[in-house]
Design a protein around this ligand. Structure first.
Ligand SMILES: Cc1ncc(COP(=O)(O)O)c(C=O)c1O
Length: 378
């Protein structure tokens, strides 16, 4: 039998993960139903307390990562006409959150080795209107927070860390989200730490920001139901999601180890080929939300994806388009600087399946399929 066609391997594994946790999830949901409290209860508070302690900050749970970014931008007073620097390689929400506040996203290039915001490009993109920078911790690897914090300190910029892809990552031992003013996490079901559908978390360095962040996520309320102190969003997390995410928070370190083991398996087996493999960056260990291979050119990336697809292996390009090139950006005032590296890398990227739920046998099938592709082309 041809092992390469023995079943399909998905690009994402959250269905398998949630199925694996089904008994625990049902038990947690049942307890919430029995208690009869669905919002603003002890489970949200516990998740915030534990995440805040583990990630060295002060946490407020939200309905999504997008909501966390929107609230962070508003809480830091970023508004009309302000410029906010961010990498062109990110998810649209980073830019949408800035635009929602009337501010201007300024897209800059990435470091080709780490695919995270290039601090030198950030320095070059500054104008008198620049008020903040949003480093995005891409694919599970933190941006160079030492350089970014130094730049922000020199110029009085606010720093919002987009930690959507990097729960549990560190830079010089500092947890993602704890270095900037506010860290924004996505707890979408497919992230390294996810709930059942959507969720998110704000991590503030200054506890004095928490009451404002909470109001922003709860329609401007301050714990009392009928008074709305400011224009907030319907952006809080519910008790069921909080219970499920809290449960998974304890599993995250082992899941991250598993991701690293699988990444090492890929890298050991693929490093003899002429394809770029991801890895740690100096003080920043990778947590492998994604495992991006860098192919020599866009045609070979497309051909590899087709080849793997034919053998039942799903791959993805996270992301195929730079954010400033999305059609939606036509309705957003923005500025784009030189993003040559981003535009060169995106079409050459192929993310191989990687998740704690991937078996060693499945990883070996992926490796074999990539080797077969390489052998057929040389
Ligand atoms: C880099 C980045 N920023 C922001 C978000 C938005 O998070 P969410 O999907 O939870 O709204 C995501 C997730 O998709 C992301 O990957």
């Amino acid at each position: 039998m041809n092992t390469l066609t023995a079943g399909t391997i998905a690009g994402e594994f959250h269905a398998r993960r949630v199925r694996g946790l089904k008994a625990d999830v049902l038990r947690l949901v049942e307890k919430v139903i029995d208690d009869g409290v669905f919002h603003g209860g002890r489970r949200v508070r516990e998740l915030e307390a534990v995440a805040g302690e583990r990630w060295s900050g002060h946490a407020a749970a939200t309905s999504s990562g997008t909501m966390a970014l929107e609230c962070a931008v508003r809480a830091l007073g970023i508004g009309a006409g302000d410029e906010v620097i961010m990498p062109a390689l990110t998810f649209v929400s980073t830019a949408f959150a800035v635009a929602a506040a009337g501010a201007v996203p300024v897209f800059i290039d990435i470091d080709p080795r780490t695919r995270t915001l290039d601090p030198a490009a950030a320095a070059a993109a500054m104008t008198p209107r620049t008020c903040a920078v949003i480093p995005v911790h891409m694919h599970g690897l933190m941006a160079d927070m030492t350089a970014i914090a130094a730049l922000a300190g020199r110029h009085g910029l606010a720093v919002i860390e987009d930690c959507a892809q990097a729960a549990g990552a560190t830079d010089t031992g500092r947890p993602a989200g704890s270095v900037g003013d506010i860290g924004c996490f996505s707890m979408w079901v497919g992230k390294n730490l996810g709930g059942l559908a959507d969720g998110g978390l704000l991590l503030a360095r200054d506890p004095a920001l928490l009451p404002l962040l909470r109001k922003l996520t709860d329609l401007g309320r301050d714990g009392e139901r009928n008074t709305h102190h400011l224009r907030g969003s319907r952006g809080r997390m519910g008790e069921i999601d909080a219970a499920v995410i809290r449960h998974q928070l304890d599993l995250l370190p082992a899941w991250t180890d598993r991701r690293r083991n699988l990444a090492a398996r890929y890298t050991d087996a693929l490093s003899t080929l002429a394809f770029g493999t991801p890895g740690d960056a100096e003080t920043r260990p990778h947590t492998y939300y994604k495992y991006p291979l860098t192919m020599p050119d866009p045609a070979s990336a497309a051909a590899l994806m087709t080849h793997l697809g034919r053998t039942g292996i799903t791959t993805e390009q996270v992301y195929p388009h730079a954010v400033p090139h999305q059609p939606a950006l036509r309705e957003i005032t923005h500025r784009t600087t030189d993003i040559t590296v981003t535009l060169d890398l995106l079409p050459r990227t192929v993310c191989l399946p990687l998740a704690p739920e991937l078996t060693d046998e499945e990883a070996d099938r992926v490796i074999q399929a990539v080797h077969d592709f390489h052998a057929a082309r040389v």
